[in-house]
Design a protein around this ligand. Structure first.
Ligand code: Z5A
Length: 219
């Protein structure tokens, strides 16, 4: 990437680990450095992709959603999001902060549902055309802690349980294993202990951001 294009930073991890909270923190941190940011999320981020998100998350349909349909919907939403929001923002010099991206697909649809990693890799190639995040923060916390934080927040906001939240514990254990393996394989990951108090989590993220900016990891 040339220096006047934005950077693409993704936030990954299980339910309730603090992705939404910390994406906001990173956005404010970058803005203090004079960097323009855009916060977005997956599935979602455009009108059409948000409609797909609603179908993906809706807990009860009159029929079960097939695993393959789920995978294709995730990538359909991503294709729209990349073309209409992410690529134009990056091209204009805005840094894009995205709550989940394809690592979630590998973790949830690959490890969680057991869909073929090769099929996911070929869809990724088709949709992303070689594009990867510049950096990915993986927020890690024990499953029970993340779940209880997510339920607490959902109860406060009066939100319903979504389709993924109805899955069994073993599903989320496989997903977590997926994220761990991805982070071990790829240097773009920054692993953050999200079980700490929020001030500590944000201190760790700020340290990583400073390093990335000063060592040229992102610029
Ligand atoms: N999905 C998929 O299957 N395949 C894909 O390719 C993609 C997604 C992209 C929607 O994700 C679902 O889509 C997701 C996977 C699937 N399903 N699941 N499970 P989502 O990101 O919208 O939903 P989520 O993962 O359930 O995230 P969340 O509940 O929004 O959690 P979060 O953003 O990570 O956490 P938060 O809202 O920032 O924090 C939760 C609460 O904890 C909140 O009250 C905070 O104030 C509090 N919090 C945060 N950090 C701390 C600390 N450190 N201490 C104390 N309290 C804290």
């Amino acid at each position: 990437m040339s220096n006047n294009t934005g950077r693409f930073i993704t936030f990954e991890g299980g339910e309730g680990v603090g992705k939404s909270t910390n994406i906001q923190f990173v956005s404010e941190w970058l803005q203090q450095q004079g960097i323009r940011t855009l916060i977005t999320r997956e599935p979602g981020g455009t009108e059409i992709a948000e409609k797909i998100r609603n179908d993906l998350l809706k807990a009860h349909h009159n029929e079960d959603m097939s695993d393959l349909a789920e995978l294709l919907l995730v990538f359909a939403a991503r294709a729209q999001h990349l073309e209409k929001v992410i690529r134009p923002a990056l091209a204009s010099g805005t840094w894009v902060l995205c709550d989940r991206f394809t690592d979630s697909t590998i973790a949830y649809q690959g490890y969680g549902r057991g869909l073929s990693k090769e099929v996911i890799a070929s869809l990724k190639k088709l949709v992303q055309q070689g594009m990867e995040p510049d950096c990915t923060f993986l927020l890690e916390a024990p499953l029970e802690l993340g779940m209880s934080r997510a339920r607490g927040r959902a109860a406060d906001a009066g939100e319903q349980v979504d389709r993924f939240e109805t899955e069994k514990l073993e599903f989320f254990q496989r997903v977590q294993q997926g994220f761990t393996e991805l982070a071990e394989q790829q240097p773009r990951f920054r692993r953050i202990d999200a079980s700490q108090p929020l001030t500590q989590v944000q201190k760790a993220i700020a340290t990583q951001m400073e390093q990335l900016l000063t060592t040229g990891g992102l610029v």
